[in-house]
Write a protein of this length. Structure first.
Length: 48
């Protein structure tokens, strides 16, 4: 149980870090390409 919880926490922090990077990229790019990139990454996160 403890190892499973630690894995879930680690994955959660990784996802938060990825979304933080994505939002900073979106602010810099501000393009439709950035939105497509976001959709692809979200799909990749759910399928992984």
């Amino acid at each position: 149980m403890i190892s499973i919880w630690s894995k879930i926490k680690a994955i959660g922090w990784l996802m938060l870090a990825q979304f933080h990077v994505l939002f900073t990229l979106l602010k810099k790019l501000n393009n439709r390409n950035a939105l497509v990139f976001l959709k692809i990454l979200i799909i990749a996160l759910f399928t992984a």
